[in-house]
Write a protein that binds this ligand. Structure first.
Ligand SMILES: NC(=O)c1ccc[n+]([C@@H]2O[C@H](COP(=O)([O-])OP(=O)(O)OC[C@H]3O[C@@H](n4cnc5c(N)ncnc54)[C@H](OP(=O)(O)O)[C@@H]3O)[C@@H](O)[C@H]2O)c1
Length: 304
């Protein structure tokens, strides 16, 4: 289980451990891992942790090896770790985009690659990749996050077919917005890359703040992950949350031009270029210029 110290992560760990699963919680921060263990102990749950930074190949390899030593090999992998990267395409630097893809796409892909042989040797297993409603609905001012989740979705659907003969069942979970620290992190991104001339930043900050106040708790996501692991035939994809269940079909049926209009309205991004600034008024003439002009007017014109 990756990203076990986050909003969804903690809840999934506690739910699965409570149901009797032997959960190995991946955490990149040892302090947060200690807090997780303490909270699990307080709830009377047995949880073990491994150090895991999904953006680092060596860390992924070590964590899978450690997990195999502890359990004989993971039967299931839940790719949950993720980061946001809000901001307009024009303002997000290569380095920030690369970081997002490393955590949200390459990390999950490499963990799948590392666990597949172990699962195959055990005669089967489960992989659950946590995407997002925005992995189906491209969202302006969050383009890199949307792009990473779209790519994770494509990868998951391909892997499901590739891994079927190994007895490994692969599911994609697509949550809408839920109350976790993720939205706060996205708001912080907006401040980091903000272009003051772009009205999309002000509107998106207001939108995220409003959403953050109203979003439901993340329990439905934890319930869905458990379903992916316990169902005899897990579904290829699970859409979780009212907003995602509404937005995804709407985006599928709306013509792109109409969908663009809605996105312009919601993100505050102008639909047409701003009108050109009116020409500056002529500077008032000096006394000297006025006298010169009067003199020119009095001079007789030369015959043609
Ligand atoms: N919350 C939502 O509304 C929502 C909606 C749709 C999809 N999702 C997806 O759900 C997943 C979990 O999100 P969340 O809402 O629970 O976010 P969160 O509270 O911010 O938790 C994210 C978790 O990922 C971990 N993480 C970040 N970078 C990592 C790395 N390089 N290696 C290992 N772990 C790393 C974080 O660890 P640290 O604490 O050490 O940073 C944290 O434990 C993400 O994939 C997210 O995209 C969330």
């Amino acid at each position: 289980m990756t990203g076990a110290t986050g909003g969804f992560g903690r809840l999934i760990v506690f739910r699965l451990a409570g149901a009797g699963w032997d959960v190995i919680a991946g955490a990149r921060d040892t302090g947060k891992a200690r807090d997780l263990l303490a909270e699990a102990a307080a709830r009377g749950l047995a949880v073990r942790t491994v150090e895991l930074d999904v953006a680092r190949e060596d860390s992924c390899r070590r964590a899978v090896e450690e997990c195999a030593e502890l359990t004989g090999g993971p039967w299931a992998l839940v790719n949950n770790a993720g980061i946001p990267q809000a901001g307009a395409v024009a303002d997000v630097a290569d380095e920030q985009a690369r970081r997002l893809l490393e955590v949200n796409l390459l990390g999950p892909a490499r963990l799948c690659r590392l666990v597949l042989p172990v699962m195959a040797a055990r005669g089967g297993g489960r992989i659950v990749n946590i995407s997002s409603g925005l992995g189906r609905v491209p969202w302006p001012m969050g383009a890199w996050y949307s792009a990473g989740k779209h790519a994770l979705s494509a990868l998951t659907h391909c892997l499901r077919v590739e891994a079927a003969h190994l007895g490994v069942r692969v599911s994609l979970v697509e949550p809408g917005a839920f109350a976790t620290p993720m939205l706060g992190r996205a708001l912080a991104d907006l401040d980091t890359v903000r272009d003051p001339a772009n009205p999309g930043y002000t509107a998106t900050t207001k939108l995220f703040t409003a959403v953050d106040r109203r979003v439901p708790g993340p329990e439905p996501v934890a319930r869905t992950v458990e379903k992916c692991l316990t169902a005899r035939r897990p579904r290829p994809r699970y859409v979780v949350g009212r907003d995602a269940r509404l937005l995804i079909p709407l985006h599928t049926v709306l013509p792109l031009a109409l969908s663009d209009r809605v996105k312009h309205m919601v993100t505050g991004l102008p639909h047409t270029p701003a009108p050109p600034a009116p020409p500056a008024p002529p500077a008032p003439r000096t006394d000297e210029q006025q006298a010169q002009q009067a003199q020119q007017a009095q001079q007789p014109k030369e015959p043609a």
